[in-house]
Design a protein around this ligand. Structure first.
Ligand SMILES: Nc1nc2c(c(=O)[nH]1)N[C@H]1C(S)=C(S)[C@@H](COP(=O)(O)OP(=O)(O)OC[C@H]3O[C@@H](n4cnc5c(=O)[nH]c(N)nc54)[C@H](O)[C@@H]3O)O[C@H]1N2
Ligand SMILES: Nc1nc2c(c(=O)[nH]1)N[C@H]1C(S)=C(S)[C@@H](COP(=O)(O)OP(=O)(O)OC[C@H]3O[C@@H](n4cnc5c(=O)[nH]c(N)nc54)[C@H](O)[C@@H]3O)O[C@H]1N2
Ligand SMILES: [Mo]
Length: 880
């Protein structure tokens, strides 16, 4: 669809170079375009005309942030990524896929070549197959899912254009597991509520609180220097510098000497992966034994402590959880555990578990919910909410204005985040309820209902659902509607629904990002999938298993609008992960490369063939029309004219001086909630209807969880009181005989999942990301301790075979003491699945470490992913 010939966007330099604005997953940028080509992408810098930055006064100093967007390294590779030789430039068809033959030669998926076809031919195939699905099988036959992530922009985001399309089309959606927060959602919420925030506790004003009051920060399975506040770029790096300058002590608990440790650690503690719960239990033991926990808080703000204490002190099972007990399990010396416990109790300490509290690889592991509950328990024992004491990972809580409408809160300024669902208006799967009444989207509710949507499936089970149905699981998607919603059982296929026969994959990352992913390869090659479509900007990963590949353009080739780091939806405080609230036009800087198209335009073309173009486009709205609507309906239009916004390309929300309301201070002091955030009744009310208390049954922190007691008081895998339970795959299970090394696969420093990996850009030449093997191929790096490398004859730079029963991956070894002995470390999310023989059965040299992770769930009734519990063996590989 052509956009209006509206002009006046961006500015022009003397030499004719145009400067446009855009927003990436990790921050806003200026885009320089000359002769129709992007020549440079640089971080957006504020000008003196932009509003003043905030200042925090603490301990005799004043702190103010740098006046530019601090984007991470990989954002600087955007230009290279747009022009990557891996781009899909035309619609492509697998050569041996014939839509007019019954035999689709599914077994050739992943092996066959592709041929260029026209958009008309592609649309013919889509129209024929979608119609055939509806007519032959009825509702449910079209399966689809997006990745957890996408490219930035509220109009183009996966919850927006894509959801609008599939909701009208009617599909079987593969729901997302709460990948980022498995531990928190299946664990922490049973102790402190915050289910509406996917288990992440509120973070309001904790930067101010920490600068003023905190003495020590414990980062537990958290590396904010690498994983940021998820979408906040390097905005918080100066915060850690300030804390350091003030003399705040940093303790890092991580089997890997992570980048935050490199920059800031005063103390590094390296437990064996998966044993953190035992370490935490021993800390609790020291506090109880020595009487150094906050007794007043435990008495007045928590329930069930007696039972918890019985477990810790050994009354329940005869085993006191002493530091000596924990030393045997964790490998951390008892004296270090005692020293940490004592210092923690003595000092005002922040605990960051995960790069935002609730995240962290340790929660994506066997019984990861128990670890997450201990993270809640420890701070509950130290009086969470009092000055300087909270759950905080140094990645959230700046003094920015709240993301709530100005007319509902004098300190608010509302601009939608992707979590509000953009143009989808989908109130089931997004936070659209927040924006619908404001007229951002106008189609009536009845049209937004995903017609066959009674059937859905958990994406983690998709391979089994396709190849070996039926399947059953607990919880639908993020399950945030109530604490109990995760207990509900679902099945696929639903009674009377068709199984999935066609799969429309929006994105191409899952072989790199899901677990035990040779399963995904086998699924794609099953004849039960009669037709597979992939829609992605690059030809990589799953795209190579599709019958039809649709070329999506990047967000530099289409219109959009977005705010730095603003998630909104379940996380209205996400605007406090950054230093300035920057809302920018995401300008179409260049024409889409080749015949690639904006996703919205692709969906509109298909909708036209199927007869719902008017409905999908709300009567012919272009992307730029939608952008303009979002400008008008948000608070933006109250502050800056369209003409000026077009010219400047961005707007910085002025900071309003407002009272500081640190997270959970109200809870500590027993007041009504005064923090702004999501939650029942949209902000004022937390757990109890009168606005006091947390979202648990008692309104207090529950050491013994009422919800779990009601569900199954005898569940040995997730008992009402949290326990240390040895992992189902670890150094003490039979797996270790054949595969003695623990594999860690956390989030990559130099890519956002698959999104900057293996695109033939300079990112792949960063030696901590990929390294060139003797054959010139760029392999992913696996870190091996000298203690493990030596006996295996592995030297730095050797190619190695990493394997277990699930698969084999060829990597390049980095021999380093940054990883504890017995453990190897390779970042997850390779974009390049590159099997050396039969797909799904042969060694992969693309570096897809998730071929090796287990698909078993956290525990019996907690159906989340646990990639962190994997055992492997590593040996030298001579290259055949
Ligand atoms: N081993 C291990 N595995 C993990 C984790 C771990 O810690 N360890 N972490 C888990 C977590 S927390 C997450 S969030 C997931 C992430 O897993 P994913 O969300 O699957 O990862 P991404 O690479 O971000 O996937 C985004 C996809 O969208 C595509 N895309 C981007 N922009 C556009 C666009 O404009 N149009 C179209 N059509 N496509 C686009 C990209 O090309 C890419 O294929 O991984 C999980 N997997
Ligand atoms: N650069 C970059 N930033 C990102 C992302 C990305 O892909 N790249 N992804 C974003 C997303 S979607 C998310 S959900 C967040 C994730 O943010 P997090 O969940 O916090 O990140 P992870 O890398 O999974 O884990 C953090 C740390 O846990 C450590 N760890 C692993 N296993 C264990 C263990 O058993 N015990 C202990 N104590 N530590 C352990 C790892 O070494 C790592 O340093 O990051 C976001 N930010
Ligand atoms: Mo995530």
């Amino acid at each position: 669809m052509d956009h209006e010939p509206e002009t006046g966007f961006g500015r022009e330099l003397d030499d004719g170079t145009k400067v446009f604005t855009n927003v990436t997953n990790e921050g806003p940028v200026f885009v320089y375009v000359k002769d129709g080509r992007i020549v440079r992408v640089e971080p957006l810098k504020l000008s003196p005309e932009d509003p003043e930055s905030w200042t925090i006064e603490a301990r005799g100093r004043r702190f103010s942030p740098p006046r530019k967007a601090l984007v991470p390294s990989y954002v600087l590779a955007e230009r290279a990524r747009v022009y990557s030789p891996k781009r899909v430039l035309y619609p492509m068809k697998r050569v041996d896929f014939d839509p007019n033959k019954k035999d689709r030669k599914a077994e050739n998926r992943g092996k066959s070549e592709y041929e260029r076809i026209t958009w008309d031919e592609a649309l013919d195939i889509l129209e024929q197959e979608i119609t055939r699905m509806h007519k032959t099988y009825g509702p449910g036959a079209i399966g689809t899912t997006s990745s957890s992530h996408h490219s930035w922009g509220v109009i183009g985001y996966r919850l927006s254009s894509y959801f609008r399309f599939i909701d009208i089309l009617g599909v079987t959606y593969a729901d997302h597991n709460p990948d980022s927060w498995e531990g928190a959602l299946w664990g922490s919420v049973h102790m402190y509520g915050f289910n509406w925030g996917v288990g992440v506790p509120e973070q309001n004003d904790l930067l101010t609180d920490a600068l003023q009051n905190t003495d020590m920060i414990v980062l537990w399975s958290a590396d904010p220097e690498t994983t940021l506040g998820t979408y906040a770029g390097y905005e918080t790096n100066p915060w850690r510098q300030w804390l350091k300058e003030l003399g705040v002590k940093f303790v890092i608990i991580d089997p890997f000497y992570n980048y935050t440790a490199v920059n800031f650690a005063d103390k590094w503690i390296a437990p064996k992966p998966g044993t953190d719960t035992a370490l935490a239990a021993a800390i609790a033991y020291v506090w109880i034994k020595e009487g150094t926990y906050d007794k007043w808080f435990v008495e007045n703000r928590t329930v069930g402590f007696d039972k918890f204490s019985d477990y810790i002190m050994g009354k329940e099972d005869g085993t006191p959880k002493t530091p000596e007990w924990a030393e045997k399990i964790t490998g951390v010396p008892a004296r270090e555990i005692r020293a940490l416990a004592r210092e923690w109790a003595r000092k005002r300490t922040m605990l960051g578990y995960g790069s935002r509290p609730g995240m962290g690889s340790a929660g994506r592991s066997a019984y990861g919910h128990e670890w997450a509950r201990y993270m809640v328990a420890l701070q509950a024992m130290q009086g969470v909410g009092k000055p300087g004491v909270n759950w905080w990972s140094t990645s959230a809580g700046s003094p920015n204005t709240h993301n709530v409408p100005e007319d509902s809160n004098p300190y608010g300024f509302f601009f939608p985040g992707y979590g509000d669902g953009g143009i989808s208006g989908d109130t089931t799967n997004t936070g659209a309820a927040r924006i619908l009444p404001r007229g951002f989207v106008r189609i009536p509710v009845s049209d937004r209902v995903n017609q066959p949507g009674g059937q859905h499936v958990l994406r983690l089970l998709l391979p089994e659902a396709i190849m070996n149905p039926p399947v059953e699981w607990r919880g639908k998607g993020f399950n945030t509607i109530s604490i109990e919603s995760q207990f509900k059982k679902y099945k696929y296929p639903e009674d009377g629904y068709s199984e999935i026969r066609m799969f429309w994959r929006y994105g191409a990352a899952y072989i790199g990002t899901m677990t035990d992913t040779n399963r995904w390869v086998r699924m794609y090659r099953s004849p039960k999938l009669e037709f597979v479509v992939n829609q992605n900007p690059w030809f990589e990963g799953e795209a190579k298993f599709a019958d039809l590949v649709l070329p999506a353009c990047t967000s530099f080739e289409r219109w959009d609008i977005g705010e730095f780091s603003n998630i909104s939806g379940q996380s209205v405080e996400s605007v406090q992960f950054v230093n300035h609230r920057i809302i920018a036009l995401q300008m179409k800087a260049i024409e889409p490369l080749g015949e690639s198209r904006a996703d919205y335009d692709i969906f509109a073309m298909v909708a036209k063939r199927l007869g719902f173009y008017e409905k999908y486009t709300e009567g012919g709205m272009t992307l730029l029309d939608w952008v303009r609507r979002f400008y008008e309906k948000s608070d933006l239009s109250k502050y800056i004219s369209w003409e000026e916004f077009k010219r400047r390309g961005y707007f910085v929300v002025p900071v309003k001086k407002r009272p500081i309301t640190p997270a959970l201070r109200w809870f500590y002091e027993g007041r009504r909630r005064d923090t702004v955030g999501a939650g029942p009744a949209g902000g004022g009310v937390m757990g109890m209807p009168d606005g006091t208390g947390l979202g648990t049954q008692s309104g207090k922190i529950e050491f013994e969880a009422n919800s779990l007691k009601r569900f199954d008081p005898n569940d040995p895998e997730r008992p009402p009181v949290p326990h240390y339970i040895p992992a189902w795959e670890g150094p003490d299970t039979p797996h270790a005989k054949k595969y003695p090394l623990q594999l860690m696969s956390p989030h990559a420093r130099y890519s956002f999942h698959t999104q900057y990996d293996a695109k033939d850009t300079w990112i792949d030449e960063i030696p901590e990301h990929r390294r060139r093997g003797p054959d010139g191929y760029l392999y992913r790096v696996i870190r091996v301790n000298p203690v493990d490398a030596g006996p295996r004859g592995i030297k730095d730079g050797d190619l190695v075979k990493v394997y277990n029963d699930r698969g084999t991956v060829i990597c390049i070894a980095e021999v380093t003491e940054r990883i504890r002995p017995g453990t190897v470390h390779c970042y997850q999310a390779s974009a390049a699945y590159d099997p050396m023989g039969e797909p799904g059965e042969s060694p992969d040299r693309g570096g897809v470490i998730n071929l090796l992770t287990p698909h078993r769930f956290l525990s019996k009734n907690a159906d989340g992913m646990a990639p962190s519990s994997a055992m492997v063996e590593v040996e030298r590989w001579e290259g055949s």
